[in-house]
Design a protein around this ligand. Structure first.
Ligand code: URA
Length: 231
């Protein structure tokens, strides 16, 4: 890959900014100063140094966030704070092209995957792949055994919209875990609404094999993970 392209990919600057940095001799490739933007480098092995920091190219990056309340799941928005605003405040030198995988409502907290691996994102969201999502749900009242049976066998949440079988694990009082593998709009809230209950708190605790460990990932924080571990 051309060096200037690699520096842009690494988010060191725009094409013209990185050209200027190269001209000033501020960029080292494997410890040696390189000035020419067109220099070919092996992106898989090159270690780039700039301002005392080392950068290595990765085709794709993967992060998990414990999404806080009050931000929308979008890359950018003219009015609202987005999960990516929260993300970039913490991961200042993140690569380009990152986006959240799927959507959590503004008032939902919990596990959100952020990546620039479009194929993985597509696979994780594809209805055909049946990727499990687990939510911890706090309701406005207790669930009955009949409610649980209804939720588990599928409920009507809208015109012609029947949910696939789910698993509900009662957690005492007005709380439970629900496992679904679909991603319909406001699905969990609408499922409980269908049995006459209102969701008052919603937190996603798992997405595929990724699980939320709040001691490692407090609300609003971000952790980089290995892509090969995600399924
Ligand atoms: N279901 C919902 O209703 N809201 C979410 O944020 C996620 C799933």
């Amino acid at each position: 890959m051309r060096l200037d392209k690699l520096l842009v990919e690494l988010n060191i600057g725009t094409r013209s900014e990185v050209k200027a940095l190269l001209k000033k001799g501020l960029i080292l490739v494997d410890g040696a100063k390189v000035n020419k933007p067109e220099t070919k480098v092996d992106e898989d092995t090159a270690v780039i140094s700039y301002q005392g920091k080392e950068y290595r190219y990765k085709k794709f990056s993967y992060y998990i966030m414990n999404k806080p309340k009050g931000v929308i799941t979008a890359t950018e928005d003219a009015k609202e704070q987005t999960v990516m605003n929260v993300f970039y405040r913490q991961v200042k030198d993140a690569p380009r092209g990152l986006a959240p995988v799927g959507r959590l409502d503004k008032d939902t907290t919990g596990l959100l995957l952020i990546t620039n691996d479009g194929q993985l994102a597509h696979d994780m969201l594809s209805p055909k792949k049946h990727v499990d999502k687990i939510y911890f749900v706090t309701l406005d009242g207790d669930l009955t055994r009949e409610d649980i049976q209804a939720l588990e066998s599928g409920v009507r949440i809208g015109e012609g919209e029947l949910t696939a079988p789910a698993t509900v694990e009662y957690n005492g009082g007005n709380t439970c875990y629900i496992t679904i593998h679909e991603g319909k709009f406001h699905q969990v809230k609408r499922m409980f609404f269908a049995v006459g209950r209102q969701v008052v708190e919603l937190k996603r605790t798992a997405f595929g094999n990724l699980t939320l460990d709040e001691s490692q990932l407090p609300l609003g924080s971000v952790l980089e993970i290995e892509g090969s571990n995600i399924s």
